[in-house]
Design a protein around this ligand. Structure first.
Ligand code: AMP
Ligand code: GLY
Length: 421
């Protein structure tokens, strides 16, 4: 088979690595890819927003399956374009990707189908949102409705912060039209867990759990980022929690989407809060998490292409997902200054020390090849993942592996996976 992967981050790197292990695959392409992905795939310089260009390429190269890694093309309907041209593609159609594309849609869906989530109200008028704030308990959570590169959620401790937040989202349009509608949500307390699941429109199969560290500094301080590290499994995600979530959240969501005539095929990412009242949904994403995929996929025993084919063909119920009885930790190496201003173009050393290693991996996020040197090219530069017999072992190995790599301004958190339950 010939497989095309659409995207260019650490998530697409681990997808390409996992696809390279499939016995069904002969050739891998990635658009646009990055310097690390180039080891497994031919990188093609087509933009992820150029749906026709990507479909032309898939048609011309006789690609058997295209896997969409990123949220934005999914939300904007890339799957519909491929399907209209008879091309096999893995990901939700636009009408289903709305689960990530509109927080107001997903909140309304959860309410309609009794899927546990935080209490909320939706506003399209800033004055009404501000008036509502006067009768709220704090903290309170503001969410811009649309896609905001993971930055559209503000947790406000005080009334003043909330009023400022409403102004910047709805009036100053900090996130553009993504802030035309605002969700104001109850603040939930608990342990956060990410669960990624394969879906074929009717069946849903959850993968092993993971936990993300979103803040830039140790002890979850500082600004939110795309994710500074992950570990898998989460010690808080017990068998009982899984059984509850399967019935009342995962299957309930897939059934709800089917009832709405928006069958969900692809990866559904459940951002969960394990509250004293039981698990509740914080958010849905419609693709693998980044950097959750970097700890979940290295633990998966299945051939990923067999599972994806089963999803596309509506036969997921035939598949038994299996994961190693081990643990994984991923530490992100970022450019100093991220998530605000940072410099790029610094030479990265030590990457060759990971070649042929079975228990530690380096996944590229923001890198590029500059005349044979790999240099930094983004805020999140690399993800170093290590496998271990348990979380403490994986954590030790991951941090040891981070020492092999160097570049000017290398920054990482030192407490990824430290809170082990
Ligand atoms: P999201 O982009 O929806 O994942 O939100 C980003 C982060 O904000 C989440 O990972 C949580 O840490 C936090 N968050 C979102 N919604 C809530 C909520 N209702 N209560 C508490 N924290 C939340
Ligand atoms: N790590 C969170 C996300 O992929 O959205």
């Amino acid at each position: 088979m010939k497989v095309l992967i659409v995207g260019s981050g650490g998530r697409e790197h681990v997808i390409a690595w996992k696809v390279s292990k499939s016995k069904l695959v002969d050739e891998i392409y990635c658009a646009p890819g990055n310097a690390g992905i180039a080891e497994f795939a031919k990188c093609i310089p087509i933009k992820t927003s150029d749906f026709d260009g990507l479909a032309d390429f898939a048609e011309k190269e006789k690609i058997d399956l295209t896997i969409i890694g990123m949220d934005e093309p999914l939300v904007n309907g890339i799957v519909d374009v491929f399907e209209a041209r008879g091309l096999a593609v893995f990901g939700p159609r636009k009408e289903a990707a709305i689960l990530e594309g509109s927080k107001a849609f997903s909140k309304d869906l959860m309410k309609k189908y009794n899927i546990p989530s935080a209490e909320y109200d939706t506003f399209t008028d800033a004055d009404e949102a501000m008036a509502y704030i006067n009768k709220c308990k704090f903290p309170i959570v503001l969410k811009a409705d649309g896609l905001c590169l993971g930055k559209g959620v503000l947790i406000c401790e005080t009334k003043e912060e909330a009023l400022d937040g409403i102004k910047s989202i709805m009036l100053d349009k900090q996130f553009g039209s993504a802030g035309d509608t605002l969700v104001i949500e109850e603040f939930l307390v608990g342990k956060e867990v990410s669960v990624l699941a394969f879906c074929d429109g009717k069946t849903v199969k959850a993968m092993t759990s993971a936990q993300d560290h979103k803040r830039i500094y140790d002890n979850d301080e500082g600004l939110n980022t795309g994710g500074m590290g992950t570990f898998s499994p989460s010690p808080y995600y017990t068998k009982e929690v899984d059984e509850f979530c399967h019935k009342y959240i995962y299957q309930a969501t897939v059934d709800a989407m089917k009832m709405e005539g928006r069958e969900f095929v692809g990866i559904l990412f459940f951002g969960l809060m394990l509250t004293s009242d039981g698990p509740k949904v914080l958010e849905y994403n419609v693709r693998f998490g980044d950097p959750e995929a970097q700890v979940v996929l290295p633990r998966m025993k299945n051939d990923i292409i067999e599972v994806i084919k089963a999803c596309v063909e509506g036969k997921l119920s035939d598949i038994q997902l299996e994961f190693e009885d081990n643990a994984a930790v991923c530490v992100i190496l970022a450019s100093e200054g991220y998530p605000l201003k940072y410099d790029t173009g610094y030479k990265i050393t030590g990457l060759d020390k990971f070649k042929g290693k079975e228990e530690s991996f380096v996944f590229h996020a923001g890198t590029k090849d500059q005349g044979g040197d790999i240099v930094t090219n983004g805020g999140r530069v690399l993800g170093v993942t290590a496998l271990g017999k348990d979380l403490a072992d994986a954590r030790d190995k991951a941090y040891k592996a981070t020492e092999l790599i160097d570049f000017q301004g290398k920054y990482m958190r030192t407490d990824i996976g430290k809170d082990l339950g």
